[in-house]
Design a protein around this ligand. Structure first.
Ligand code: ARG
Ligand code: GLU
Length: 747
């Protein structure tokens, strides 16, 4: 009764307004009411730019967006997407001036910053700021790839593909189709064609892209700002990192890609992002535009459980050991600290993410939620004869295959983590095995012909290699391997090898004191001499022998079955993806991230990680000072920043309360690859720079939960403050287009 009553009251209220109000307000109210149920539902998703109008525009506008879909993506006229690029393959960057100024994360630009740093000119410690264009530093190897347009080519890509085809036949038919599509696609000669499968291979999209490779370093804060909090704060909110760096993209005189030349000119992008000085408040609409790398949002509960209970724990336990050992050496010896800091950060980054992921999946009951979803799937399928014929076997088969692949997938992770990713010497041997084999197969020419290349690679590797560290990692991980692998999958081999030498430490001693590859000196001496002597030495190398000994059972007993099961799983997952779309017609499905351009949107919002704890949406410079530990490698703060904080010399960049904002969080659904992505406001102006996710929400790659999943961004005002006030690089600010007045009406 009550409900009804209030309902009709609501209607009267609505009718009243309907008669009184016209135009934009009315439209908003209507939109709001229509979309209310959707807005209360789960958010999340990494959406395809070309389908924003069809799938998202209304919802986005109901959430507060003031742009139309084609302001964000238009194939034939400038749009926001023209300001977004994939930076150096794994990150995102954006244009923030008419003259090719590119903003990305500090950790994305770190490689370039490191390459230009020496002990005398240490840009890592001191930061770097080019005062003129001439001072900008060329960065060979870095790149900026822009998307010109995208096309749905599913129909052509899947032409003559049938449901009954074997996976191999299917793939070769698709490859044939794609080859034809490439030939038939019109493009300019400086453009390239990229084709990617979506929805587990149910759809295909083509992208026309343009890649610039003359990229120059313009500015970077010192590491104590750019990586403040380092590994301790990584994946954690509240966060206080100024994770940004600046580059400039150069093009030929015709504004097209050109390899490095002093004649090149700053790129004039079709669009660059205006920078907003307004800041953000809780509840504000935000979007993140970039190149997310990989997600798996549509797995069955069984696969999620496997990740949470078996695979993540296995990988975490291996890296736990390796990291502790590295850390011990790094604390004892500053030169090891320098040599291993990049490697340590990379290994620790995934380690910590997996740890957060496995905990999050359990704490927030991802498996339970997925089971409920699967029951509903099964219910709908069983009630519809048409669906029943097609899908009733699907989930049981998928679950069955998940079960079967379990031990093999675990073995794969153990093998790869141990012998490819964590013991450096083994990783090198694995890359050199074929080359060494060419000598043993009497192809002396091939062997000698590749020696120079190998030497180059090894020289780069040895630069930061400390055999003593690797030896300790070897001893620990190999023992763990013997304890955790099945005997006939490699454990027996490892145990015997250790027994022969009198234990794991002695085995490590033996290998590291006798292997040519484990010693830069021995390698250096041998590589200068005869190819034959080198070939002989490597043929006897105990590291090579050990790697082969442990790899053989893996290649024979694990790999073939794993490959077979993986093919079945891929096929079933593809069918399951299509089935979900078919069965849940009312639901919108975004394709899993695959390194292509996507838009995600949400609202600025704090969260509650546990009972009685609530995290605010914003952090401040005061928080940097709270965390300050003088001289500490993670929490030191540069003198100049302390002075600016004390004198509150924040320029026009402070909040209205006069405080300096540093970071903020929102419900945007992001993943690795979104590092450096712009956070945009409702008008498409730049308000922040994405660089991380919160600890409790790292599970979002498998299970996005809007209650708990947040992306972490640097407030653009902190970046401007550092550039202007800290670095004194006012000329860069002048190059940007600063705007105020976000509450303005839609154009
Ligand atoms: N967790 C972020 C990402 O996955 C930031 C990594 C860089 N920062 C760091 N402290 N390691 O890339
Ligand atoms: N730091 C990540 C990157 O390098 C982005 C954070 C995430 O995984 O969400 O792409």
């Amino acid at each position: 009764m009550t409900l009804r009553h209030s309902g009709s009251l609501g209607w009267r209220f609505f009718y009243f307004y309907f008669r009184r109000c016209k135009g934009i307000f009315m439209k908003r109210l209507l939109l709001f009411l229509i979309w209310l149920p959707v807005l209360l539902q789960a958010q999340g998703g990494m959406w395809l730019p070309m389908y924003l109008e069809k799938q998202n525009e209304k919802e986005m506008q109901a959430l507060g967006c003031r742009l139309d879909a084609d302001d964000l993506y238009a194939p034939n006229r400038p749009s926001v997407k023209d300001a977004i690029c994939q930076f150096s393959g794994g990150c995102t960057g954006e244009m923030i001036s008419a003259e090719g100024l590119l903003l990305t994360n500090y950790h994305c630009g770190f490689g370039a910053i490191q390459k230009h740093s020496t002990l005398e000119q240490n840009y890592i410690e001191a930061g770097f700021w080019a005062k003129t264009r001439a001072e900008e530093l060329p960065c060979p190897g870095e790149s900026a790839m822009f998307i010109v347009r995208m096309e749905d080519i599913t129909a052509l890509a899947l032409q003559n593909v049938t449901e009954t085809m074997s996976d191999r036949d299917r793939q070769s038919q698709i490859d044939k189709n794609l080859a034809q599509i490439r030939v038939g696609t019109k493009k300019e000669k400086w453009e390239e064609i990229l084709i990617r499968p979506f929805y587990n291979g149910n759809q295909y999209f083509l992208f026309i892209a343009v890649t610039y490779t003359d990229i120059r370093l313009v500015g970077a804060p010192p590491i104590s700002i750019g990586k403040f909090g380092a590994d301790t704060d990584n994946w954690v909110w509240p966060r206080h990192t100024g994770d940004f760096s600046l580059f400039r993209v150069y093009a030929g005189k015709d504004n097209r890609p050109a390899s490095y030349s002093t004649e090149n000119q700053p790129l004039q992008p079709a669009h660059f992002l205006p920078v907003s000085l307004d800041g953000v408040e809780e509840g504000d609409f935000t979007m993140v535009y970039g190149f997310p790398g990989r997600t798996d949002e549509y797995l069955p509960a069984a696969a999620i459980a496997q990740t949470a209970e078996v695979l993540d724990p296995a990988k975490v336990s291996i890296r736990d050991r390796a990291l502790k050992i590295m850390d011990g050496f790094m604390r004892n010896d500053p030169s090891v600290k320098i040599a291993y800091s990049a490697r340590y950060a990379t290994i620790a980054n995934s380690w910590k993410k997996w740890l957060g992921e496995m905990q999050g999946l359990k704490t927030y009951n991802a498996m339970g939620a997925r089971q409920t979803y699967e029951s509903e799937f099964a219910r709908r399928v069983s009630q519809n004869p048409d669906l029943k014929v097609r899908y009733s076997n699907l989930l049981p088969r998928l679950n069955q295959t998940c079960q079967e692949i379990g031990p093999f997938a675990r073995a794969r992770d153990y093998y790869l983590e141990t012998f490819l990713r964590n013991i450096e010497l083994m990783g090198q041997v694995s890359g050199l095995n074929n080359w060494i084999k060419s000598y043993q197969d009497n192809n002396l020419n091939t062997f000698a012909g590749q020696t120079a290349d190998v030497n180059k690679r090894l020289a780069a590797f040895y630069k930061d290699y400390r055999p003593a560290v690797d030896k300790a990692v070897f001893a620990a991980l190999v023992e763990l391997y013997a304890q955790n692998m099945r005997d006939d999958w490699g454990a027996a081999y490892v145990r015997n090898a250790a027994a022969e030498r009198g234990g794991y430490d002695l085995l490590a001693d033996y290998i590291f004191s006798n292997s040519t590859l484990a010693s830069p000196e021995r390698w250096g001496a041998l590589v200068k001499g005869e190819a034959k002597a080198l070939g002989e030495a490597l043929s006897q190398d105990p590291a090579v022998a050990f790697w082969r000994g442990v790899t053989a059972p893996y290649q024979e007993q694990v790999a073939p079955r794993l490959q077979e099961l993986q093919a079945t799983l891929n096929l079933l997952q593809r069918q399951y993806m299509a089935a979900q779309i078919d069965v849940f017609r009312e639901k919108r499905f975004f394709p899993d991230a695959n390194g292509t351009l996507r838009l995600t949107y949400g609202k600025v919002r704090g969260y509650s990680p546990k009972d009685a704890v609530r995290y605010d949406f914003r952090s401040y410079l005061d928080g940097v000072m709270e965390k300050y530990v003088p001289g500490d490698y993670e929490f030191d703060v540069p003198r100049r920043l302390i002075d600016l904080w004390k004198s509150k010399d924040f320029g026009p960049y402070a909040t209205s309360e006069g405080r300096m904002p540093v970071g903020f969080i929102a419900t945007n659904h992001t993943t690795g690859g979104n590092s450096g992505s712009p956070a945009l406001d409702a008008n498409g102006n730049l308000i922040g720079l994405n660089f991380d996710r919160v600890w409790e929400g790292t599970m979002s790659d498998l299970n996005y939960d809007p209650a708990i999943c947040r992306n972490v961004m640097v407030d653009i005002r902190y970046i401007l403050f550092i550039v202007d006030k800290y670095a004194g690089a006012r000329h860069l600010i002048d190059e940007m287009k600063l705007v105020r007045g976000k509450r303005k009406k839609r154009k």
